[in-house]
Ligand binder design. Structure first.
Ligand SMILES: Nc1ncnc2c1ncn2[C@@H]1O[C@H](COP(=O)(O)OP(=O)(O)O)[C@@H](O)[C@H]1O
Ligand SMILES: O=C(O)C1=C[C@@H](OP(=O)(O)O)[C@@H](O)[C@H](O)C1
Ligand SMILES: [Mg+2]
Length: 174
């Protein structure tokens, strides 16, 4: 193995993207293909906290979650794993700085497909808010941040999770 190949093997492979882009699913499948550990930052946070991420939002508030997310993401980046980031992790300047120089794949998804994948397309009572509109807002806000940190981007709308894995493997091999 060349020094470059070994150096790349020691580095995390990071997946970023909006909710429903498939970062958790693709991360798990990619790690299995590569024989690497898979770490999903949300899952690690939930396991350490002893409660789910939505429960952390309700009990402790979003700011508390973001602080835990920032430190956990930066810590886990040091592992030679496939790392699935939460959709909002890139809001942190410290996380974006820690991602510089790393292999970061942006899984791109449209708001329509994201809404279908996370099961939020059904019409809802007005008081529940416009979920699809909120997804569009989030995508608009975060797309420039994903673009800033990504070294490669992969379209996912019309591709299965296995196809997305295949595209990433091609890029890693090339
Ligand atoms: N490329 C894909 N094509 C179709 N469905 C997908 C794809 N990627 C993920 N999914 C499905 O979309 C849902 C959300 O995926 P998930 O990996 O949890 O997304 P994220 O972690 O990015 O929010 C899951 O039901 C998953 O099976
Ligand atoms: O969009 C967000 O800010 C969030 C997305 C979630 O992760 P997914 O990207 O897996 O949906 C999770 O980190 C938390 O609920 C906050
Ligand atoms: Mg996820």
């Amino acid at each position: 193995m060349t020094d470059t190949a070994r150096a790349i093997e020691d580095q995390a492979i990071v997946l970023v993207g909006a909710s429903g882009s498939g970062t958790s699913t693709v991360g798990r499948l990619l790690a299995a293909e590569l024989g690497r550990e898979h770490l999903d930052v949300d899952a690690v946070i939930a396991q350490r906290a002893g409660k789910s991420v939505p429960d952390i939002f309700i009990d402790d508030g979003e700011a508390a979650f973001r602080a835990i997310e920032e430190s956990t993401t930066i810590e886990l980046l040091e592992r030679p794993a496939v790392l699935s980031l939460g959709s909002g992790a890139v809001l942190s300047e410290s996380v974006r700085a820690a991602l510089r120089g790393r292999q970061v794949f942006w899984l791109q998804v449209s708001a329509g497909t994201a809404a279908e994948r996370v099961g939020l397309t059904a019409a809802r009572p007005v008081g529940f808010g416009n979920v699809r509109g909120r997804l569009i807002q989030l995508l608009n806000l975060r797309a420039p941040l994903y673009a800033e940190v990504a070294t490669s981007s992969v379209a996912t709308d019309d591709h299965t999770a296995d196809e997305v894995v295949g595209r990433i493997l091609e890029r890693l091999g090339g």
